[in-house]
Design a protein around this ligand. Structure first.
Ligand SMILES: CSC[C@@H](O)[C@@H](O)C(=O)COP(=O)(O)O
Length: 357
């Protein structure tokens, strides 16, 4: 992504891997601040606090946390426990566990400097692979969007998305939004409806990054999706995913399932865009996906910016208000038109054919 004319990723390293730098997403869209983690514990904290968020980005952050953990544990006595802590920083996005498993397998049998060197190069490789996968997802998505657009000449293709599955949720380009960026590069006219995504307002991140890229985007309240689809104002829904079961059931940010139901009712195609690192072939169906239950405080408070520019939190419900706050829901495979991956657009029922041997 170009930020103020310069290419920028959401996470990168300096000091030969001793420092991991990332964009603190808790301050966006008000302030673009880069933070530096010099310890694995600080990076785990960044994942837990959602300073870094989005399934693919959490995976790569987990890999870098593992590399930092290796570097300050020369004897390797602590590594197994540390990797467990990293893998459990957030439960739903399988990319985190996938990344930690891959690091663990890569490091097995290695010692000392060789182990540190391999940990860093494996984490860097995973970051590059994420970028390549997202580019490929974007190309497949753009082909599909071009066909939809050509069937509706004379006006921009209307895309609705939920949460943020853009540049910010990955190392670069995004998953669901990668296709939107590719359309813009290919001259296909598009307009995006960005669901606000209560309570953490990831839709503001979607709106911010698309606007920064010069793409037409309109923020809508989460509850507006049904209205828009019923009136023919949405041509296609594309969302990301945090974990996809082998049968194609897909967990994504809470509220996604309602969008899929409204899409089916209105005859709007509903696509999920995600890399293979988000597919959990060990789960036969979505009911096995662990759903993160977040603090009720996220519903009682809201973050915003004061007239002086400072970011602050305001109470919108009394402290004693009981609140239930599941972070994700599962959209059943039968509501999903296709899963856009780096290997092509698959029907949910085709996923099993791609299970690694
Ligand atoms: C590209 S990750 C999938 C996204 O659509 C989305 O659910 C997401 O951003 C993850 O949620 P978050 O809780 O912000 O980490």
């Amino acid at each position: 992504m170009l930020v103020e004319g310069k290419p920028m990723r959401t996470i990168w390293t300096e000091d030969e891997g001793d420092s991991v730098l990332y964009i603190d997403q808790t301050l966006l869209p008000y302030e673009l601040r880069i933070r530096t983690a010099r310890s694995w514990e600080r990076l785990v904290q960044a994942i837990e606090r959602m300073e870094v968020r989005g399934a693919p980005l959490i995976g790569v952050a987990g890999a870098w946390a593992a590399a930092l953990a290796v570097a300050d544990d020369p004897g390797g006595n602590e590594l197994r426990r540390r990797l467990e802590v990293i893998a459990s920083a957030r439960p739903t996005a399988v990319n985190l566990q996938w990344a930690v498993k891959r690091m663990s397998a890569r490091l097995s049998g290695l010692e000392g400097r060789e182990r540190i060197r391999c940990a860093r190069s494996e984490a860097a490789r995973m970051a590059e692979e994420d970028v390549a996968a997202n580019r490929s997802i974007g190309r497949y998505a753009a082909r599909l969007l071009r066909a939809l657009s050509e069937a509706r000449p004379g006006r921009p293709l209307q895309i609705l998305t939920h949460c943020n599955a853009g540049w910010l949720a990955t190392v670069d380009y995004g998953t669901a939004l990668s296709g939107v960026y590719q359309c813009s590069a290919d001259g296909i006219p598009v307009h995006v409806w960005a669901d606000e995504t209560r309570p953490r307002l990831q839709g503001l991140l979607t709106e911010w990054e698309l606007r920064m890229a010069g793409l037409p985007v309109t923020l809508v309240a989460d509850n507006a999706g049904g209205y828009l689809m019923q009136r023919g104002l949405v041509d296609v829904v594309i969302v990301g995913a945090d974990r996809i079961a082998a049968n194609g059931d897909a967990a994504n940010k809470i509220g996604t399932y309602l969008k899929a139901l409204a899409a089916r009712e209105s005859g709007v195609p509903f696509y999920v865009a995600a890399p293979f690192s988000t597919i959990d072939f060990s789960l036969s169906r979505g009911s096995g996906i662990p759903i993160e239950k977040r603090s009720g405080g996220e519903l009682r408070e809201i973050r915003g910016v004061r007239p002086d520019g400072s970011v602050s939190t305001l109470r919108i419900a009394p402290q004693q208000t009981d609140a239930f706050n599941p972070g994700f829901d599962v959209t059943p495979a039968e509501l999903i038109t296709g899963i856009i991956t780096e290997k092509g657009v698959l029907r949910p029922s085709e996923l099993l054919e791609w299970r690694p041997q």
